[in-house]
Design a protein around this ligand. Structure first.
Ligand code: ADP
Ligand code: ZN
Length: 305
């Protein structure tokens, strides 16, 4: 069976078609590369909704997919009882009916969630958090986003978690004003790529050898991670995004998390196995797109019941 996936972002829409076997449905996703194979992926620039949606619809019509999953940039409406379910609710794509458009054009089940919930689902199904009942996916890139998988399902809520904007204690020596228009000291405003670049006046990858840059970065990311550990109690934390390409940040964040927790959460994962607890994705660059395919699979099962 062919299932489509869209990783919908502010600059590009990654669209993929996967061949999915019966066993993948029977065995919680089965194995990537065996039961689920990505046959093709294309990248379509995010322009006006009319143009871009048309291109995506044509792509999936050509492939005749039997279900589609979308991991979408937000904010989005995930409340199935709402009149604007499946819509993007802000920015240039405000009021764009993502789910409705594809359902109407393709006549197939359409799964829908945030991009980061898609990514955590991909990693829970096939990656570093496989088999976990609870896990989180944190991306530190242009913004900070958190996907939360909790007690065997994706966490929604009144709107959906926006844990990239949790408030942090500012470093006493950090005089940078912050990059978030809403908050002076949220993790996105203090630690996402654009904040690093504005604070230090250079591209993040060119700052790799400046120790003070990454010490401050770890100080902020670790505070956020501690908040997520205390609030969600994840069995696995997947940390990624452009900024985490600075490899030494992983060990710095792990060390700082342990220091800030100060022995309070007593579990061997935290006390003895931080390296296996806070990890990069096992699916490389694919947690988002594979997660979208999984959203399509789950919606197909949901509608077939
Ligand atoms: P997006 O969040 O838009 O999906 P990315 O996750 O690639 O995109 O994040 C982009 C941000 O990550 C940029 O603002 C840049 O500051 C930072 N970044 C990208 N590559 C690197 C790198 N190799 N080292 C450090 N920072 C990087
Ligand atoms: Zn904010």
């Amino acid at each position: 069976m062919l299932i489509g996936g869209i990783e919908a972002g502010g600059t590009k829409m990654v669209c993929a078609v996967a061949e999915v076997s019966e066993r993948a449905f029977a065995e919680c996703g089965g194995r990537v590369g065996e039961d689920v194979k990505i046959l093709e992926r294309v990248s379509i620039p995010t322009e006006k909704p009319e143009t871009t949606l048309g291109e995506m619809v044509a792509y999936f019509k050509k492939w005749k997919v039997q279900a589609l999953g979308i991991g979408c940039f937000g904010p989005v409406d995930l409340n199935r009882r709402s009149n604007t379910y499946g819509h993007i609710t802000k920015l240039a794509w405000q009021n764009c009916d993502m789910v409705g458009t594809f359902e109407k054009e393709l006549h197939v089940p359409v799964g829908f969630d945030t991009d980061v919930n898609g990514a955590v689902l991909g990693e829970v199904t096939w990656g570093a958090a496989r088999g976990c009942e609870s896990a989180i996916y944190i991306t530190v890139g242009t913004g900070v986003g958190i996907g939360v998988y909790c007690n065997g399902g994706l966490l929604h809520g009144l709107v959906h978690p926006e844990a990239g904007h949790v408030l942090l204690t500012r470093h006493p020596k950090d005089t940078y004003k912050g990059h978030c228009p809403y908050h002076e000291n949220c993790v996105e405003g203090l630690a996402a790529g654009p904040a690093i670049e504005e604070r230090w006046g250079d591209k993040a990858y060119k700052l790799v050898d400046r120790k003070e840059v990454w010490e401050l970065e770890a100080y902020y990311i670790a505070q956020a991670v501690v908040d997520y550990i205390l609030a969600y109690s994840p069995e696995k934390i997947i940390l990624w995004g452009g900024v985490m390409h600075v490899e030494k940040l992983f060990s710095m964040v792990r060390g700082k998390v342990q220091e800030l927790l100060n022995g309070y959460v007593q579990h061997p994962m935290i006390q003895e196995n931080m390296e296996g607890y806070i990890v990069p994705p096992a699916l490389g660059d694919d947690p988002g797109i594979l997660g979208a395919v999984r959203l399509g699979m789950l919606e197909y099962e949901n509608k077939s019941r």
